[in-house]
Design a binder for this molecule. Structure first.
Ligand SMILES: O=C(O)CCC(=O)C(=O)O
Ligand SMILES: [Fe+2]
Length: 288
């Protein structure tokens, strides 16, 4: 069967048919997939039949696997696979109920953030639990020239557990163990990131509560707040967004965290609409 690649979003996201990801890919197929990953920033697959080891193997093709910061919901056999689920079994959550219903890019709070995120669906509700993606390269490219000049070269300070509202149910203050707190120091990243493989620039600052963005460095606090709010408002434009409606078990959605951000919609998903996904991340590069 031939491979087909169909663009789904306005500026990014493509669906690929004709690849079985449960078995090792030939060099030619990997190269097609990887090219599509760089060209479209996010890819959709349907009808895949993976187990945790084969999902992890697929992830390894993008680089070394980077297990989730929150250890509690890692897969019991394969630590690089994390369970996202709103199911509760024997009174205990089966996975992370809501892995981020706000705009963020995975592990942006780490010194070395994630490259790819791969989500594999085990069960999806008929309605709800969509995943929304935002093209941060397109967001950058459409900024006024003066704003680009103002932003380029700036760094921002962030920390996973930092949160403007520690009492918010999504605040990571309460979720982290002592070890996990030690593992999440403050880091600085560029506001505008250059993709190490394509050379393209993207905005690399995120409004989500757990993104932990504190401020832009080297300018007064109020100016930093104004600039951040202006960036976040710009990224709200739906023309940069693609909303993925999960079709069913065997779906894969993967994205490049270096030039996109994403937003789960699982914060209000009721328990009678079960949704269980496996997630894999690979270790990326230090943002420049
Ligand atoms: O559950 C989703 O739709 C996405 C969750 C998420 O943000 C993540 O796993 O990084
Ligand atoms: Fe995420």
């Amino acid at each position: 069967m031939g491979i087909t690649i169909e663009r789904k979003g306005e500026s990014f996201v493509a669906e690929i048919d004709g690849l079985d990801l449960s078995t090792p890919l030939s060099n030619a197929n990997w190269s097609t997939l990887h090219r599509a990953y760089l060209d479209h920033k996010a890819l959709i697959f349907h009808g895949q039949g993976l187990d945790a080891p084969s999902l992890s193997r697929f992830g390894e093709m993008f680089g070394g696997i980077s297990p989730h910061t929150v250890r509690k919901y890692r897969h019991e056999d394969i630590e690089g696979v994390t369970i996202l689920s709103n199911r509760v079994e024997m009174g205990r959550p089966k996975g992370i109920r809501d892995a981020g219903s706000h705009w963020h890019s995975d592990y942006s709070y780490r010194e070395i953030p994630a490259n790819v995120t791969i989500l594999y669906a085990l069960e999806t509700p008929a309605e709800g639990g969509d995943t929304i993606l935002c093209d941060m390269q397109a967001a950058w490219e459409t900024l006024p020239e003066a704003t680009k000049i103002r932003l380029d070269g700036l760094q921002h300070l962030l920390q996973y557990r930092w949160c403007s509202n520690q009492n918010h149910p999504e605040s990571r203050w309460r979720l982290l163990s002592e070890d996990e707190r030690r593992e999440t120091p403050e880091v600085t990243h560029p506001v505008v990131r250059t993709h190490p493989e394509t050379g393209a620039k993207s905005l690399y600052v995120f409004s989500g509560l757990t993104s932990g963005v504190q401020r832009i460095l080297g300018i007064p606090d109020d100016e930093s707040r104004t600039l951040l709010d202006a960036i976040f408002a710009h990224c709200q434009d739906p023309k940069f967004h693609y909303r993925y409606k999960w079709r069913g078990p065997g779906d894969i959605l993967l994205w490049d965290n270096r030039c996109t951000m994403h937003h789960a919609t699982t914060d209000h998903l009721p328990a009678d609409k079960p949704r269980t996904l496996w997630r894999v991340n690979t270790i990326g590069d230090k943002p420049i």
